[in-house]
Design a protein around this ligand. Structure first.
Ligand SMILES: CCCCCCCCCCCCCC(=O)CC(=O)SCCNC(=O)CCNC(=O)[C@H](O)C(C)(C)COP(=O)(O)OP(=O)(O)OC[C@H]1O[C@@H](n2cnc3c(N)ncnc32)[C@H](O)[C@@H]1OP(=O)(O)O
Ligand SMILES: NC(=O)C1=CN([C@@H]2O[C@H](COP(=O)(O)OP(=O)(O)OC[C@H]3O[C@@H](n4cnc5c(N)ncnc54)[C@H](O)[C@@H]3O)[C@@H](O)[C@H]2O)C=CC1
Length: 719
């Protein structure tokens, strides 16, 4: 809805009213049409101000309406009607002007923003383009290069940047509406020539063809198969080369191809999934809205290796006091140096002072005595972690939350080492911890709702996308990685090369295939875990028996490479070869190809032709199958949790919506049928055995993904 009031005698003040973000729902659009018409036809009104209620201008189109039978007046003519008005219209931008909200403001003759406002055209992040004239007006207003940047990235800009670019005319730290009303009074009756953006020529940049070619190349590379960024460039090119009306036709044509695309559906699903996972619940019935977090002012991090350093920096940047404990003197010195650099760079990026004084370094774990929360990040070694938790339990003040950053060890077992197991949760960060957005928050069987609420809230404060999951080996993310990587190894045994497997996964949209990723993070990491599990030895034997462990097919390929010192980038050799240890650019390695041939011969394996489709089906469908098992086991409350973990933590292409959403798009019948097909061919691979929940969903007619949460809930209530 929108309300019209007359203020200061002759200014018509139109206020958008649709909490929480004044999105342009059908009712709001109708409200704008009606109020604009009334204001323009009222002889007492000499100028108009458009604002939003509760200090928020407008969050853009109502995304919930997409995919429905959209009714109500369309946005394009509505904005056009404002632009051609004979009375000046001023947008008073407070809070946010995003998407259609900014496009509405671009249709106004003047824009005044509050200094704390954020503006942007984030449509590309939803698989769309700014199709209410945004792609045509913005380049006319701020030039093609700046418009390309804003529209293809969808980034939100500050009012200061908006002023510098020319998106807004004025920025104020006072009441934006008051300033806008005064301004509207001052421009009443003045000519509007030059204020209607659509009638301005689009400034032609020098070397326009080269500019668009370069941007298109860059966008194609970074988009990894996403179609919206490409359509955005095409629309801006239309603005630069065609008259406005023809540009608008092109904008609509491009939008039509995006609007109903699977990618737009996937990206919009991720938008809502990201918000849905914040509304966590536990099997006990405890929920996000009924569990009160504890205040956390001071935290400790134990172990300043790769992870501890990033976690401590992220905590300090959030404003917490941090006690950083590292027992190895050399490591402590190295950590201090690296963390200072991290703090300095982070501060420079954010335009603030580095938070050096927030961190106190100590070689002694006793320094944790007065902290509110501890995050343990020592080696992935259960005996060591047990000892650390016993110490923490004895040293910390009562009520301190004890968290572990383990990648997958048993949180319940660690909790059992303490006096207060209800205060123990997993806080599983991803490397680099001060950069990566994902945080898996793992509740154990004894974790209290308050402990979970505290960790979730801290994650949010740190700017992380926090997902609450249950306790099991590898939690959600790493548990699903196991069948995925297992299949990749089997594919090498059967005739594939690392390049072929990675090529298929990268064409699908992963930034890195499994083998390239394994070289980056180090083959030795998984090897150590396999050895603890009683695997991880190549055995040296030949034939099929050498590839059976614990009654199931096992590939010792990774173990053989590790035994030869091939740990990946760090040693200059892994699944690929590098110029030197620490080298970053991997090249196919002829040694590895011969090694694979010898390995197959030694084990009686005959190489066959493997195509991209088989790679994707075997790697991704087994991963998805494990996702269904995770739902069945109650480790994740819904598919949204799994999808958010994969998109934000594991490089799953966002425009494919996460593995569970992807399965729903492929069709559950097909996923099931292909798993059955591969299982028949490989009966010794349990991960290929389709899980019951998948079968159940198919038997019940494959309900859409947004219904799975309910199905899972029902399933657990019947148990
Ligand atoms: C064959 C067919 C041919 C078709 C041709 C079609 C032609 C169509 C032409 C016209 C097209 C017009 C296109 C257009 O206008 C495009 C757009 O505007 S797309 C939307 C752009 N806007 C955004 O992307 C903003 C999204 N929101 C945010 O980034 C954040 O929510 C925001 C910064 C606004 C606030 O963040 P925060 O304070 O952290 O709060 P939350 O994120 O938790 O949000 C609170 C609450 O509000 C819901 N919400 C937010 N934005 C919207 C929205 N735009 N629509 C609906 N709902 C929104 C959000 O979901 C939260 O609610 P929950 O219940 O928790 O989910
Ligand atoms: N490296 C990664 O990508 C990720 C690792 N993790 C997990 O995070 C934890 C830490 O991993 P990394 O940082 O990679 O290990 P790391 O080997 O880089 O660092 C561990 C640090 O802990 C220190 N340490 C050992 N015992 C200690 C003690 N009693 N008190 C204080 N410090 C002690 C060591 O000296 C070392 O500096 C592990 O549980 C790991 O599984 C989780 C997510 C990702």
């Amino acid at each position: 809805m929108a309300q019209l009031t007359r203020v200061s005698g002759s200014v018509g003040l139109i206020t958008l009213q649709s909490p929480p973000v004044n999105a342009l729902s059908a009712a709001v659009r109708q409200g704008i049409v009606d109020t604009v018409q009334r204001a323009l036809s009222d002889p007492e009104v000499k100028s108009v101000v458009v604002c939003g209620q509760n200090g928020i201008f407008c969050g853009g189109a109502d995304i919930k309406e997409f995919g429905t039978n959209m009714s109500g007046p369309p946005l394009v003519p509505l904005i056009h009607a404002i632009e051609v008005a004979h009375k000046p219209v001023v947008a008073a931008i407070e809070g946010i002007a995003l998407g259609g909200g900014l496009e509405l403001a671009l249709g106004c003759h003047y824009r005044i923003a509050h200094s704390k406002a954020k503006l942007g055209l984030p449509e590309v992040t939803l698989g769309l383009l700014p199709a209410a004239g945004g792609s045509q007006r913005l380049p006319r207003l701020i030039g093609v290069p700046a418009a390309l940047d804003l529209i293809t990235t969808g980034r939100h800009i500050t009012a200061a940047e908006a002023l510098k670019l020319g998106v807004v005319d004025q920025v104020t730290a006072h009441s934006t509406v008051d300033v806008a009303v005064k301004f509207a009074l001052s421009v009443a009756g003045k000519p509007l020539d030059g204020r209607r953006i659509s009638s301005l020529p689009c400034p032609r940049p020098p070397n326009m063809d080269a500019l668009f070619e370069g941007v298109m190349k860059k966008v194609r590379q970074s988009a990894r198969g996403a179609i919206a960024p490409i359509a955005c460039v095409q629309a801006i090119r239309a603005a630069a080369t065609l008259p406005y009306d023809q540009g608008m036709e092109r904008e609509l044509e491009l939008m039509a191809s995006l609007f109903t695309s699977d990618q737009a559906r996937a990206l919009q699903y991720i938008f809502f999934a990201q918000r849905a996972v914040a509304r966590w619940s536990m099997p006990s019935g405890a929920r996000w809205d009924t569990s009160k977090p504890r205040p956390v002012h001071k935290a400790a991090v134990i172990g300043l290796g790769t992870m501890g350093r990033g976690i401590a920096v992220a905590l300090a940047q959030t404003g917490l006091s941090v006690v950083a404990v590292e027992t190895q003197e050399k490591q402590l010195m190295a950590a201090k140096q690296e963390m200072s650099g991290m703090l300095e760079r982070g501060a420079k990026r954010r335009g603030v002072a580095p938070a050096f004084d927030k961190i106190r370094y100590s070689p002694d774990i006793k320094a944790v005595a007065d902290v509110d929360l501890v995050i343990e990040a020592v080696f992935e070694d259960m005996a060591l972690k047990e000892k650390v938790f016993q110490q923490l339990s004895a040293l910390c003040k009562p009520g301190t939350l004890l968290c572990t950053n383990t990648s997958g060890l048993d949180v319940d077992h660690l909790a059992s080492q303490t006096r207060s197991p209800e205060l123990v949760v997993g806080m599983h960060f991803f490397a680099p911890a001060h950069v990566m957005k994902l945080l898996e928050v793992v509740y154990g069987s004894k974790s209290s709702p308050q402990a979970l609420a505290t960790a979730m809230q801290l994650g949010k404060k740190m700017g992380k996308v926090s997902v609450a999951v249950g306790n099991c080996r590898g939690f959600v993310g790493n548990r699903m990685l196991k069948p995925y990587s297992e299949q990749a190894f089997f594919l090498l045994e059967e005739g594939a090369t690392p390049e072929l497997v990675d090529g298929a996964l990268e064409d699908f949209g992963f930034p890195m295939g499994l083998f390239r990723m394994s070289d980056l993070s180090g083959l030795d990491v998984g090897w150590r875990v396999r050895k603890v599990d009683g695997l991880g030895k190549s055995s040296g034997a030949s034939g099929q028996q050498a590839r059976i462990r614990q009654g199931r097919r096992y590939s010792p390929l990774g173990d053989v490479l590790c035994e030869q010192g091939r740990f990946g980038q760090k040693t200059g050799r892994g699944w690929y070869q590098y110029d030197k240890p620490g080298g970053r650019v991997g090249r196919p390695d002829p040694w590895l190809h011969s090694f694979l041939e010898e390995y197959r011969a030694q084990h009686g394996l005959v190489a066959r032709r493997i195509d991209h489709q088989e790679v994707l089906e075997r790697c991704l469908y087994t991963l998805i199958n494990e996702g269904f098992r995770i739902l069945e086991d109650g480790i994740a409350a819904g598919p949204e949790e799994i999808d958010i973990i994969y998109v934000f933590g594991y490089g799953w292409p966002r425009h494919r919506g996460g593995p569970m959403f992807y399965a729903s798009m492929v069709g559950l019948e097909k996923v099931l049928a292909r798993l059955e097909f591969y299982q028949e061919a490989h009966p010794d691979v349990p991960y290929l055995q389709p899980c019951n929940l998948l079968k159940r969903l198919v038997a019940s007619g494959s309900p859409p993904v947004h219904k799975w949460r309910e199905v899972v809930k029902k399933l657990h209530s019947q148990l």
